[in-house]
Design a protein around this ligand. Structure first.
Ligand SMILES: Nc1ncnc2c1ncn2[C@@H]1O[C@H](COP(=O)(O)OP(=O)(O)O)[C@@H](O)[C@H]1O
Ligand SMILES: [Mg+2]
Length: 368
């Protein structure tokens, strides 16, 4: 069993620092997803855990042992990549069993083990084939089987599903989660796909240009994003943002176009005059008659999503969207009201982008 600890880890390529002092603790048996857009440093961080990249400074421990100077094969990690990295000239069985063969396991025992693992990922009937004749999903399963058979303490996944079509991607992520629930090895899974991250993770790590913005369960990250960056990255359609200023005299955030959004008066007092970004998720809002809601917007266009409609609006010059079962196909330019419930409000410091908690102390006591 192995936990992973990452302490003040930095990585530079030449003069360019791409990982800026990252700290992260991963528990034994946990499934952690590192999520962020392309280029934010996900693979670099994963490869440093695996030992495929040197660490410029800092310390990584696996199972309480500092691994900075250990070879990849001494770290007890198995890595699964996007491009599978299978041996094309070997059968599926030989691909899966290769590590055991190299380790000198007797043939009969190895064949038995290969059969067992192949069966667990649904590859029994393909054992004699070569990777070239398999589908993308089957190849991905071979790559998984090859990792599982080593019984590693740690699984490291670098966007293993990105080459698969949408349907197979969903199937494979269920399969990976099922395998994890059975094997319970510590797993670190890198992806740029928020849906993949949300569905797989015990905890998510949201990366932003070589730093970590937030670590939390999928729910925590969705319900209480730590920064505007996380708020905009997690959730689909994306969160709406509007600039405003806190006014204690109004107990509200007053938006540039003049509407005010009430917030608890104590919170308003401590932040009086502060410039903020208001965040509100499209699915937390509703449409109403102009003048009767929290603010008034101009209708731009409508997008049909099946069970719901996505209403694209404009408030002054800012794009804004409302996701609702109450579908309204209005003409472009029509005025429409938007209701923003207070519990749907996220408030961020306009300077730092960091979340400001506005929990209402009176309300908190009532509900406690
Ligand atoms: N071998 C390398 N040499 C120089 N720069 C690199 C190298 N590998 C990655 N980088 C840079 O480090 C940053 C992070 O890359 P990477 O970890 O691959 O991001 P991600 O996996 O999130 O897409 C990028 O700016 C990338 O260009
Ligand atoms: Mg990458």
């Amino acid at each position: 069993m192995a936990d992973i600890s990452i302490r003040d880890v930095r990585k530079s390529y030449g003069k360019d620092e791409v990982i800026h002092g990252v700290n992260l603790d991963i528990q034994t048996g946990e499934f952690v997803v590192i999520l962020g857009p392309s280029g934010c440093g996900k693979s670099t961080l994963l490869r440093m855990i695996a030992g495929l990249e040197d660490i410029t400074s800092g310390e990584i421990t696996i199972a309480e042992k500092v691994v900075n100077h250990l070879e990849p094969r001494e770290r007890g990690c198995a890595m699964v990549f996007q491009n599978y990295a299978l041996y094309p000239h070997m059968t599926v069985a030989d691909n899966i069993g290769y590590a055991l063969k190299v380790a000198g396991m007797p043939t009969a025992e190895r064949i038995e083990k290969v059969k067992q693992v192949a069966s667990s990922v649904g590859l029994t009937e393909f054992l004699d084939r070569r990777p070239g004749v398999l589908s993308g999903g089957q190849r991905q399963r071979v790559a998984m089987a090859r990792a599982i058979i080593r019984e590693p303490e740690v699984f490291l996944f670098d966007e293993p599903l990105s080459n698969l079509d949408a349907k197979l991607r969903v199937q494979m992520r269920h399969e990976i989660r099922r395998i994890h629930n059975r094997v319970k090895a510590t797993s670190v899974f890198v992806t740029h796909d928020q849906h993949e991250g949300m569905t797989l993770a015990d905890r998510m790590v949201i990366m932003n240009k070589g730093t970590i913005d937030q670590v939390g369960t999928p729910e925590e990250v969705y319900n209480a994003p730590a920064t505007t960056y996380v708020a905009g990255f997690i959730g689909s359609p994306a969160m709406n943002f509007l600039p405003g200023r806190v006014l204690a005299s109004h107990a509200a955030v007053v938006l540039e176009e003049g509407s005010s959004l009430p917030i608890p008066s104590q919170a308003a007092q401590t932040m009086d005059g502060k410039l903020v970004q208001i965040g509100a998720r499209p699915e937390a809002l509703s449409l109403c008659r102009p003048g009767s809601g929290t603010l008034t917007a101009t209708f731009e266009f409508y997008e049909e999503l099946g069970s719901e409609g996505l209403h694209h609006l404009k408030i002054e010059d800012v794009q804004f969207s409302v996701l609702s079962e109450n579908k309204m196909r209005l003409d472009e330019g029509t005025q429409i009201g938007v209701t923003i419930p207070q519990e749907a409000l996220h408030i961020f410091d306009a300077d730092t982008g960091r979340r400001i908690e506005i929990s209402d102390p009176i309300h908190a006591i009532e509900t406690a």
